[in-house]
Ligand binder design. Sequence first.
Ligand code: C2E
Ligand code: MG
Ligand code: MG
Ligand code: MG
Length: 276
Amino acid sequence: QAKNAGRNTLCFFDPKTQINIAARVLMEEELRTALELQQFQLHYQLQIDNLGKPLGAEALIRRHHPERGMVSPLDFISLAEETGLILPIGNWVLDTACAQLKTWEQTARTCDLILAVNVSAKQFHQTEFVKHIKAMLMRYAIKPGRLKLELTEGMLLENIEDTIANMNALRKVGVKFSLDDFGTGYSSLQYLKRLPLNQLKIDQSFVRDIITDSNDRAIVRTIIAMAKSMRLDVIAEGVELEEQQQLLVKKGCTNFQGYLFAKPLPIAQFEALLGK
Ligand code: C2E
Ligand code: MG
Ligand code: MG
Ligand code: MG
């Protein structure tokens, strides 16, 4: 909001801001072009259980830029959110993810895989969100339980009553919910217990130093205990080392995602990985 105010007022007085705005307008144009030219792609990162069995994947967006190559979502998602372009981009992500689920349904090896899709605040809070997801599930005729939406704490607190109502409406048809980057937000347990979640996703910042930092170990232990008592699944993200996984297993973690198992991969490579 401060940014929006700055855009309309301060820019006339601050040459530095003005340059930023010119750059932003350019980047926004760029993003629009990317959408039109279909430069977005989904990569798929494997999620496994404690026996190493594939459970599914997280879909992660990238932009294939003609000159710059593969561009990370960290470089465009926040701008997309600020400009509202996250709505068409998010729709493209959901559409592509559901189409992929449909394709997987045709093969025994992949028919039970669950695909986790990141949803941004603006997307989730649009009035038609529930209707939109339901329409998408109908269009592709996929089992709703194979779609998992990853939300973050911050976005859920924005309008807690609406949030809960929307989540309940989607849970009722079978859609799953995971709370991404868990532990980095500020949600109180009071709120947390009201959310119809299926899974807590331990943020990678706690996994990173789990071997050396006893505080991180304590946090991870607490998150897992909390998940258990609330009857939620728990998945650790950002697992890069075997020692990290061993520690997580020791603390009771059952699902894993990270470079140790697979990086986010283009669909062909992801499917090749499953074949092994
Ligand atoms: P996230 O949802 O928390 O995704 C996890 C990020 O951690 C991904 O970065 C993934 O590539 C990275 N990662 C996975 N395993 C490891 C590991 O072992 N070590 C390390 N260091 N990193 C690992 P990525 O793909 O750059 O995505 C960054 C963020 O962008 C995501 O964080 C998510 O917030 C956002 N994002 C990605 N795709 C979408 C999308 O389709 N829609 C929306 N709204 N946001 C998205
Ligand atoms: Mg995520
Ligand atoms: Mg995360
Ligand atoms: Mg994140």
